[in-house]
Design a protein around this ligand. Structure first.
Ligand code: NAD
Length: 243
């Protein structure tokens, strides 16, 4: 039988990139997947794929988060994948950018975890996976201030939830990728003007000499959903960036 047979998995930001690859990977591992995203058109590309149901969900909206989880739960696995990358140093960072980054990259996870935890506790178990980054408390990366501050907070949130509920069957881990080929990475490369130079610079910081793929990150997400003796950890998956 498949490792996630009879499990229900909620994925945020499943419309593209790592979230989309993860929804497909969870489904291949036997789970029923509720794939959510703010972008209905992106989600539409998932309907009809395996055991995947889609719901439009803006993770900035607390009522919407509660409603989707009440309607589509209970969940055995939550993968918090939504996040946004701001460019710039602390002097470039507007307060509104930091507020937005906290809301999407951190508070959205607080919202979903608060909404799924009671039923996980009632049923005696659950796995929560939060998307962080090596750009966080793990590594200082130039021009990623708002991003790194909030991704470090994701690691703190992960460890806190893990510590509070370890005896009640809840596991909570963070995934910390290096540079992964995704639609938003493409946008960041194009925004720098000279696409080829920007791409070469992103590849150069990965000692493996290439970008990661969404599928490689999705493999780790499935692993963490089933790896029953690990909790509270920040898993770097970064092509050797932090060796
Ligand atoms: P992406 O950035 O290309 O796509 C993000 C998705 O999030 C989109 O489908 C978008 O519609 C959705 N989204 C945006 N706002 C939303 C909201 N309010 N509610 C629900 N969904 C919303 O995907 P990616 O690059 O694979 O990034 C996914 C996650 O992985 C992010 O948390 C990102 O910080 C993290 N990450 C990415 C990389 C990378 O190099 N790509 C590296 C480290 C960490």
């Amino acid at each position: 039988s498949l490792p996630l047979e009879n499990k229900r998995v909620l994925v945020t930001a499943a419309g593209q990139g790592i979230g989309r690859a993860s929804a497909l990977a969870f489904s291949r591992a036997g789970a029923t997947v509720i794939a959510t995203d703010i972008n209905a058109a992106a989600l539409a590309s998932l309907s009809g794929e395996g055991r995947i149901e889609t719901r439009v969900l803006d993770v900035l909206n607390d009522d919407a988060v509660k409603a989707v989880i009440a309607e589509a739960g209970p969940f055995d696995v939550l993968f918090n994948c939504a996040g946004f990358v701001h460019a710039g140093s602390i002097l470039d960072m507007a307060d509104k950018d930091l507020d937005f980054a906290f809301d999407l990259n951190v508070r959205a996870m607080v919202r979903t975890i608060r909404a799924v935890l009671p039923s996980m506790l009632e049923r005696g178990g659950g796995a929560i996976i939060n998307m962080a980054s090596v750009a966080s408390s793990i590594k200082g990366v130039p021009n990623r201030c708002a991003y790194s501050v909030t991704k470090a907070a994701v690691i703190g949130l992960t460890k806190s939830v893990a510590a509070d509920y370890v005896a009640q069957g809840i596991r909570c881990n963070a995934i910390c990728p290096g540079t992964v080929e995704s639609p938003s990475l493409q946008d960041r490369m194009k925004a720098q003007g000279d696409y080829e130079t920007a791409r070469a610079a992103f590849i150069a910081r990965q000692p493996m000499g290439r970008l990661g793929t969404p599928e490689e990150i999705a493999d780790l997400a499935v692993h963490l959903a089933t790896a029953t003796y690990t909790t509270g950890q920040a898993y770097a998956i970064d092509g050797g960036w932090t060796i």
